[in-house]
Write a protein that binds this ligand. Structure first.
Ligand code: HEM
Length: 485
């Protein structure tokens, strides 16, 4: 049977499109709640879009443990091979608005929420294993230079390269971004990386530094600059369409999950800091160890309810998984829930897509607030005290831990020439793939040819520090595209 049309208080309305007027063509009446209800709700349809990662696509799935890693981590959802956990994943681009093109040259966000029996675990990753910065105070500056010029409201190559060449710790991520890896073919055909170092511990109290990798089973495929540009015009929602249609057709994408681990002793000897988000851990020294796989097998029924309202945070974690002292990760622990309270309200975890599995939340002092819709814990006392007994679950078995000493110190983790070592290695690796070194130079040249000559010169110097051949190739093509007078 077709549903009965009502207004928002459930009153059946005989004619949806009729408006109450004085006579058939006279002015409208304020008493017409059907009309006012509709218009007022329409006026409020938009919520703030995410300040970054505004354009995205999502799907539900299932994670399965394939290999035992209980020697590394004691979390319940990983305690048995074959155990399954429901997930929700959101992919995104970073800099553009919610209507921007899916094939833009940009990192891709790769966030997965695991609805575990010990609460929601959010792994809020990117498709690149490193990032542009390691001083979190730079993040708003950096992001502004990738967005629109405050005067012209245009994307601005001068702002973009002015920032990046002034902050040379960006060189590794910029090299990835301007290779064809900066334009993944689709969300299904890309990897995900924690980038950050985390601290995982087992039930005996042994702990390791850990990095996580999700490797696509669809093959890691990329577009070249021209293919990506063409798709941005002809089908800006290309990645959304690809993900939705493949899942709808039963062609479920899967990723295999791996960790890299380091003991504290290994970390002390490593040639880079494990808290430096601009560095990778070479696989030869820190081999990948498989622990699971996940499959996306269910499209959301409603984009706004489930994808737009999804709220991920690196601070949403589970027992035995902790953040490391990586300063960017530490800052992200604050920033995400802060922006969710702004974007979705203080009760954002009551929205079904964000809700931990039934019965997991009990914190009786966190009550009331805008859009409290889950019964608000009924008559339960709204404080903890002797007459409101509660069970605490102790999982802090770690006895040996990092110990931090020191005076409160302002510290800027400035770039040195070492920042160019890993991008130089990557540049050499690109030689193994047909045309990939040439594409890197071409992709930079096309972009930087829109910048002023003085900024272009800084870009040539920046890439020359990675490799003289790369700097020369970029300079040659840039000057062909934007000849100097
Ligand atoms: C989204 C802040 C670095 C991955 C966001 C959002 C904020 C934010 C405010 C919007 C969240 C929302 O409205 O729902 C920051 C800050 C950073 C930082 C302050 C550094 C200081 C990173 C890094 C990664 C990352 C290093 C990856 C390793 C993501 C992803 C999303 C996101 C995947 C999209 C989440 C979604 O799908 O809803 N970030 N971010 N961010 N960030 Fe970051």
């Amino acid at each position: 049977m077709a549903p009965v049309y009502t207004n928002s208080n459930g009153q059946p309305i005989p004619e949806a499109f009729a408006t109450q007027r004085v006579g058939e063509h006279g002015p409208l009446l304020l008493q017409d709640f059907n009309l006012i209800d509709s218009l007022a709700h329409f006026d409020r349809e938009r919520i703030p879009e995410r300040v970054v990662h505004a354009k995205g696509s999502g799907a539900y799935g299932v994670f399965e443990v394939t290999d035992d890693i209980t020697d590394i981590v004691g979390s319940a959802f990983l305690d048995t091979v074959g155990k399954k956990t429901r997930t929700f994943t959101r992919f995104s681009t970073v800099g553009g608005e919610s209507g921007s093109a899916d094939t833009a040259r940009d990192p891709r966000g790769f966030s997965t929420k695991f609805y575990t029996e010990e609460g929601n675990l959010d792994l809020v990753y990117n498709n690149t294993p490193v990032f542009f910065l390691r001083d979190p105070s730079k993040f708003p500056h950096f992001i502004h230079t990738q967005k629109r010029n405050p005067e012209t409201h245009l994307k601005d190559a001068n702002m973009f390269w002015d920032y990046l060449t002034s902050n040379e710790e960006s060189a590794h991520q910029v090299t990835i971004l301007f290779s064809d890896r900066g334009t993944p073919k689709s969300y299904r055909e890309m990897n995900g990386y924690s980038g950050h170092t985390y601290k995982w511990s087992n039930k005996k109290g042994d702990w390791h530094y850990v990095q996580v990798h999700f490797i696509t089973e669809q093959g890691n495929k990329t577009l070249n600059n021209e293919e990506a540009g063409e798709l941005a015009g002809s089908n800006p929602d290309y990645a959304q369409e690809d993900l939705f249609k493949n899942i709808a057709a039963g062609n479920f994408p899967t990723w295999t999950c791996y960790i890299q681990t380091m003991t504290q002793e290994q970390a002390k000897k490593a040639p880079f800091s494990v808290f430096d988000l601009t560095k990778v851990w070479p696989h030869a020294d820190y081999p990948l160890r498989r622990f699971g796989k996940f499959t996306l097998n269910e499209n959301p029924k409603n984009y706004f309810a489930e994808v737009e309202q999804a709220a991920f945070s690196p601070a949403h974690t589970v027992p035995y998984m902790e953040p490391s002292a990586d300063p960017v990760l530490q800052s992200r622990l604050f920033s995400y829930a802060d922006t969710h309270r702004h974007r979705l309200g203080p009760n954002y975890t009551q929205i079904p897509v964000n809700c931990p599995v039934a019965g997991r939340v009990y914190n009786p002092h966190m009550r009331d607030g805008a859009m409290n819709v889950n019964g608000n814990l009924g008559a339960t006392p709204n404080y903890l005290a002797t007459s409101n007994p509660i069970e605490f679950r102790d999982y802090k078995y770690q006895e040996e831990q990092e110990v931090w000493h020191g005076a409160a110190t302002p510290f800027h983790w400035k770039a040195t020439e070492k920042e160019f070592d890993q991008p130089r290695e990557l540049y050499k690796v690109l030689a193994k793939y047909p045309n990939q070194q040439a594409h890197l130079a071409h992709n930079v040249a096309v972009h930087v040819s829109a910048a002023d000559a003085s900024i272009q010169d800084r870009v040539f110097a920046y890439f020359t520090k990675i490799h003289p051949d790369l700097g020369a190739a970029i300079k040659k093509e840039t000057l062909e595209l934007s000849p100097r007078k």
